[in-house]
Design a protein around this ligand. Structure first.
Ligand code: NAP
Length: 281
């Protein structure tokens, strides 16, 4: 019988721990502050931003909201980031992605001071992760490490297969698993015979962006399966990149969708905001 990894509970534990830390900082006169920039009115982005602000409120982090019109120029956005970089009372800066097409995401990410890069997307943060220096780690993969650690699932010496090599999930995930001494294989759309590779995994992490793509044939008996995907099924219910019903009987442990990886991303954003205070000292 597979263990269901409870991301809702683990993320709540993390937020409760952070709440105590934030209150400690407050007692020292430090108000942890996150600046959130939203350009345009993409409905999904609006929901993400609202949830991030709600989490800030819960943990006690002050959030500053910058909601800019969709036709904001690159110059205007970069100038706001520059202003927030300079402000001593702002610890973290988050630009909600995706940006409207006329704005260069790479340029915008690179404009954020790496000491305030709480999303962990800046090339300096990614470089630091790859050579084992301190820095911010992308929230979703960092959340997956917490899910595994707090569920007492050993990573050292295990064969971890990551499906997907995106900059925000797959690649940092592989680096983090390497840091945990797993043996790591990264797969992508050009991988030949994917099921043959994934069915060797002790820990299978799926960030492929395709609804219920991973079925039982892709999974080794007794594997741990982490599902990063987020989709709506035919009945408009949330589902993942993994066909949960099909895979469940084969697993040692599995994350559900919803209630698995999803809640961890925001919890780790809160973690990065709190960590930014020390990094900036
Ligand atoms: P992405 O940028 O679209 O990357 C998808 C990756 O999957 C790419 O590396 C692609 O390979 C690979 N791929 C596509 N088709 C494949 C196939 N047939 N076989 C093997 N690999 C294949 O996606 P992402 O941003 O990493 O996100 C992945 C999923 O996680 C999405 O469902 C997204 O909504 C979800 N997500 C959830 C959270 C959360 O908080 N829960 C956060 C981020 C993302 P190539 O590189 O060769 O194209």
């Amino acid at each position: 019988m597979a263990t269901i990894i409870d991301g809702k509970k683990i993320s709540q534990d993390i937020k409760d721990e952070l709440k105590v830390q934030v209150a400690d900082y407050k007692a020292q006169g430090i108000e942890v502050t996150l600046a959130v920039i939203l350009v345009g009115e993409d409905p999904a982005s609006c929901v993400y931003v609202r949830n991030k602000k709600k989490a800030c409120e819960y943990v006690g982090i002050r959030s500053l909201s910058f909601e800019l019109p969709a036709d904001t120029t690159e110059e205007q956005l970069l100038s706001l980031i520059d202003e927030l970089n300079q402000r001593a009372d702002v610890n973290g800066i988050l630009v909600q992605l995706p940006l409207p097409k006329h704005l260069d995401e790479n340029k915008v990410i690179q404009a954020i001071d790496p000491r305030k890069d709480v999303d962990g997307f800046h090339p300096q943060s990614v470089g630091a992760l790859s050579i084992g220096l301190p820095g911010f780690v992308s929230c979703t993969p960092a959340g997956i490490i917490q899910l595994l650690k707090r569920s007492h699932i050993a990573m050292e010496g295990k064969h971890c297969v990551v499906v997907g090599r995106s900059n925000i999930v797959g690649k940092p995930m592989a680096l983090l698993m390497l840091r945990e001494n797993a043996t790591v294989t990264v797969t992508h759309s050009k991988t030949v015979d994917l099921p043959a590779v994934t069915s060797k995994a002790d820990i299978l992490i799926v960030a492929v962006g395709k609804k219920q793509f991973i079925t039982a044939d892709y999974v080794k008996e007794g594997a741990v399966v982490i599902d990063v995907g987020m989709h709506r099924d035919a009945d408009n219910h949330l589902c993942g990149d993994v066909d949960y019903e099909d895979v469940f009987p084969k697993c040692q442990a599995i994350t559900p969708v919803p209630g698995g990886v999803g809640p961890m991303t925001i919890a780790m954003l809160m973690h990065n905001c709190v960590a930014s205070v020390e990094l900036q000292k």
